[in-house]
Design a protein. Structure first.
Length: 80
């Protein structure tokens, strides 16, 4: 499926983009900058995250096959 932002990951997993951002934040992959925009952390970059330029702003994006597995593993570990 390729590289996806939180909006498209959310669509793929049936959750709102804010839920995806909240999970990525708990995973340590993104933080909000001083302007309130989501940006990658070093941990996010280490797993291949990139800032993708959209129509108005740059947003974090990940390869879907990588982030989907990490999200499932993290969610399962924290919701036992």
């Amino acid at each position: 499926m390729g590289r996806m932002s939180a909006r498209y990951v959310g669509r793929a997993v049936g959750m709102p983009s804010q839920w995806v951002y909240d999970l990525w934040h708990k995973m340590g992959l993104v933080v909000k900058d001083k302007f309130g925009d989501w940006v990658l952390t070093d941990a996010g970059r280490q797993i291949g995250g990139k800032m993708t330029t959209g129509s108005r702003l740059s947003v974090p994006s990940f390869d879907f096959s990588v982030i989907e597995k990490l999200m499932i593993d993290f969610y399962n570990k924290t919701h036992k």
